[in-house]
Design a protein around this ligand. Structure first.
Ligand SMILES: [Zn+2]
Length: 483
């Protein structure tokens, strides 16, 4: 099985100006050392997530035996090897970076400490760290994602003009603050009733964290696709074996959320309202989405949940849009294009693929996709077999396709987008009120420089013009659920 590193290499190329094959050689030759203080609460959890993420990227991981019981070390190495067989380095390698899930310092190391819902990261050895709160799974996951981001900067020597260096950084994705003690702590257990729509790079990270938090209740999982080898390098769930077995993405998420009462749907989000109004599937009052097209976002909004938290990535940007009743909706945030055909429509027109197929940019082009196309269309597409459809846009010179539809994702960016979404869900569950509905930051610059603001809606949007109708639909669906 050959891992498809195109996303991370494209990003590496963009931030360094290097040549992709040279960058791949460079990154593949690198080893990152991981030290874990098993006594530090959350450290082992964070390390598990970190080695899994590193195994999805070129290069290898060395797990420092110091500070770890042999069984915990074996566990960490197995996690990495399950994702990718050759992800572990032997102890004689030299390291490009050392990550320490510990308070104690060694020269040049990056320390990452889960703390409450969030994390602290320090790359300056003179900074002394103290864990203020008992960390939960979100804090552990956030620490791991921030550590992976710092390693990426070091491994590629990304210039400081493109990537901020943090002598010290702390961030809580619930309070959206550097103060890790601001948001209330989690109770021992919390009951939830949510839908996760889209279980790709972002949604798999959401599922993996929700599954480890002290939550229970009902979860509706929606994704129409199966896990494939090209997803290994960008997702937070799924291993080589899952790719070989072509597991449903909903099944991978269900496996990570074993403590929940799970309903799975492998149909497009567009068919959900019909299923709900037909009484086949219960209406979810809270939805977390991780979607890659405007069309799917609109379809998800038309469920009219009480709370819709949409996480998105674009290159190194991560973003969150939050839609609630009588406030701006996702259709306000992602308006339908009025300036001509959408990116997917344009690609469909240029290639002969259906619009629906062209919109699934993450999926590689298959022989099946070429069925029914003309000889000319086939001739254009056949050379792109096996490559993600979103790359076709560039290859065909459709340069106006940037906009909202096609965004490459690297795991530590998708994870941060997902964790912002989980943080918002916890803020809601903990009754920690926020009036912002838009959050965005560049992972290479860090969450401290995030834009966090209440964004206005569009007065001409359906959500404003049909407020009453939407309220009725919502009530009706809530009633159906009670039966
Ligand atoms: Zn709207």
């Amino acid at each position: 099985l050959v891992t498809d590193y195109s996303r991370v290499l494209r990003l590496a190329e963009e931030v360094t100006g290097g040549e992709p094959s040279e960058l791949e050689r460079h990154l593949s030759a690198q080893t990152v050392s991981v030290f874990v203080d098993a006594e530090l609460p959350g450290a082992l959890d964070a390390a598990r997530r970190f080695v899994s993420t590193r195994a999805r990227m070129p290069g290898r991981v060395f797990v420092d035996p110091e500070g770890l019981r042999a069984t915990d070390r074996d566990d960490l190495m197995n996690i990495a090897r399950t994702v990718r067989r050759d992800a572990i380095a032997d102890e004689h390698d030299s390291f490009v970076a050392e990550v320490r899930f510990a308070l104690t310092v060694t020269p040049g190391a990056i320390r990452a400490v889960p703390d409450g819902h969030g994390a602290q990261v320090a790359s300056n050895e003179s900074v002394s760290l103290e864990q203020q709160r008992s960390p939960n799974a979100l804090g552990a996951a956030f620490a791991a994602a921030l550590a992976a981001t710092e390693v990426f900067k070091v491994a590629l020597e990304v210039p400081e003009t493109r990537a901020a260096r943090h002598p010290y950084l702390s961030f809580c994705p619930v309070a959206l603050s550097s103060d890790l003690t601001l948001a209330p702590e989690l109770p021992h257990s919390l009951e939830i009733d949510v839908a996760l729509i889209g279980l790709g790079a972002v949604g798999s990270a959401t599922a993996s964290v929700l599954g480890q938090l002290p939550l229970s209740g009902r979860v509706l999982l929606v994704d129409r696709e199966r896990f494939a080898p090209e997803n290994l390098a960008t997702y937070s769930l799924g291993c080589e074996e899952d790719a070989a077995n072509r597991c449903w993405k909903v099944d991978l998420a269900a496996r990570a959320m074993a403590g929940f009462d799970v309903t799975r749907m492998t149909e497009p989000a567009e068919s959900l309202p019909r299923r709900i109004d037909g009484g086949e599937i219960e209406w979810p009052s809270i939805v977390l989405s991780g979607l890659d097209s405007v069309e799917a976002r609109h379809a998800t909004q038309r469920l009219w949940p009480d709370l819709l938290i949409d996480s998105a990535t674009g290159d190194t940007m991560v973003g969150l849009h939050v839609a609630e009743p009588d406030r701006p909706c996702l259709i306000c945030f992602f308006p339908p294009r009025t300036d001509g055909p959408s990116a997917a429509e344009r690609l469909a027109e240029a290639t002969g693929l259906s619009v629906g197929r062209a919109a699934r940019g993450d999926n590689p082009l298959t022989e099946e996709d070429l069925d029914g196309l003309s000889e000319n269309q086939r001739a254009i597409l056949v050379q792109h077999l096996g490559k993600p459809v979103c790359g076709l846009a560039d290859a065909l010179g459709l340069t106006t396709m940037e906009a909202n539809d096609y965004r490459p994702a690297i795991p530590f960016a998708s994870q941060q987008a997902a964790y912002l979404g989980v943080g918002r869900l916890l803020a809601h569950l903990l009754d920690f009120r926020r009036d912002d509905n838009f959050i965005q930051y560049d992972v290479l610059r860090g969450p401290a420089r995030a834009t966090i603001e209440p964004r206005p809606g569009d007065a001409a949007c359906y959500c404003n013009e049909r407020q009453d109708t939407i309220g009725q639909v919502r009530d009706l669906r809530r009633e159906l659920r009670k039966r």
